[in-house]
Design a protein around this ligand. Structure first.
Ligand code: PMP
Length: 396
């Protein structure tokens, strides 16, 4: 029997969420998460996935994953440090290092646990972390887990970062100080000011940690935001995920050999959680090969993204300060945002609403992510639906 404390906790909290309209009902996608998806039996143009390059559903990548299951099984069978390190994991890690231009790399089971693992393996309670206020939840949790003092700086505000770095150094309270930023911010699609972040870090002797979940495969001819700015030798931790442009699942740190050696002996998910599956590892290795062989998919992604952005702007939508394929339609009011997303869905577009607490109150938006797999016809149809629904709801 469930504890009465648990029952009353759940009743009260779920009740509150439901009465505020904040209980997220999840509709499963029936089949693959490609440019067109089926939800509740209805075909929809999908503008909500992170499958930037279409690799999650690419035939070459799928074939490699199937072969890996045949040769290596469905599971790795153990944690990496017992005997779950398969030859496939080492191949992937070598590939990741080459992809990112670093000495070495280490793979984790997800981008989320990579941040939990890496931050807490290096930082501790004698340290401080300067963290952009819009950093991803997994960074926030990794910082908390480390027990370091967390000092938030205003989003991409370099004066605030510089001032807080100066104060932290001058206080002489901390052993190490790290600055952490997303490479591309997932809600607005803006790019971190990496050259300035790195310059401040060098001036104050800060460790640098860039989570490029949304930049890898997208910026820097695929290699990500750090490469985009030519800063490969000046960032200590290059974090990425295998779950977005790479199309599979997993996370990684790329950096100096010593750092990776340390993470292999001290980061807890590497030591205590079963290794990535053979299919994900093999699929990711091939996906990265494809990115390194040609920029065709990135070119298509940027072409589609420019087309969608131009179309939405011409219709009168506010797409915020996006500099990447992540394209918000900023609406503001939460209820209007949710109604807009629902009506888009009814007309044939799947574009999720994002409201408080994921973004600040009054900054509700529908977030669009075009991919390389969308055709011009799909984007035209989506734009026509945006126009219809936008006019009906008085947004444009
Ligand atoms: N970091 C950032 C910046 C992200 O946007 C995400 C995904 N939402 C993650 C980490 C987590 O990655 P994963 O989905 O691979 O766990």
């Amino acid at each position: 029997m469930a504890s009465s404390k648990l029952t009353s906790f759940l009743l009260q909290n779920l009740g509150e969420l439901k009465s505020q309209g904040l209980f997220n009902v999840i509709d499963p996608v029936e089949g693959a998460n490609g440019p067109i998806i089926s939800v509740n039996g209805k075909k929809l143009i999908n503008l909500s996935s992170n499958n930037y390059l279409g690799l999650a559903t690419d035939d070459r990548v799928k074939d490699v994953a199937i072969e890996a299951i045949k040769s290596h099984g469905v599971g790795a069978g153990a944690v990496r440090t017992i005997n779950g390190t398969l030859d496939l994991h080492l191949k992937l890690e070598e590939k990741l290092a080459a992809f990112k231009g670093t000495e070495a790399a280490i793979a984790y089971q997800s981008g989320f646990n990579c941040n939990m693992a890496a931050i807490s393996a290096v930082m501790d309670k004698q340290d401080a972390i300067l963290s952009d206020e819009l950093n991803h939840a997994s960074i926030i949790d990794g910082c908390r887990l480390s027990k370091a003092k967390i000092i938030r700086f205003k989003h991409s505000n370099m004066d605030d970062l510089r001032q807080k770095a100066k104060e932290a150094v001058e206080s002489k309270q901390f052993n190490k100080i790290m600055v952490i930023s997303d490479g591309v911010f997932s809600m607005d699609g803006d790019i971190a000011k990496l050259p300035e972040i790195v310059a401040i870090a060098e001036a104050y002797d800060l460790l640098t940690y860039i989570d490029d979940a949304h930049g890898s495969g997208v910026l820097g001819k695929g290699a990500g935001t750090v490469k985009h700015f030519g800063l490969q030798d000046r960032v200590d931790f290059q974090i990425g995920t295998l779950s977005k442009a790479i199309g599979a699942v997993g996370g990684y740190v790329a950096g100096k050999q010593d750092l990776i050696d340390w993470l292999k002996v001290r980061s807890r998910p590497f030591l205590f959680s079963t290794a990535l599956t053979p299919a994900d590892v093999a699929a990711s290795t091939t996906a990265i090969d494809m990115l390194m062989e040609s920029t065709e998919l990135q070119d298509k992604l940027w072409e589609n993204s420019a087309y969608l952005k131009r179309g939405l702007k011409e219709l009168g939508f506010d797409i915020g300060k996006s500099e990447t394929p992540i394209t918000p339609c900023v609406i503001g009011d939460e209820k209007v945002t949710q109604a807009f997303s629902k009506q888009l869905n009814e007309e044939g577009v799947y574009a999720k609403s994002i409201v408080f607490p994921t973004v600040p109150k009054g900054a509700g938006r529908v977030r669009n992510i075009p991919t390389a797999a969308h055709t011009r016809e799909m984007l035209d149809k989506a734009l026509a639906i945006y126009e219809k629904v936008g006019k009906e709801l008085g947004i444009i």
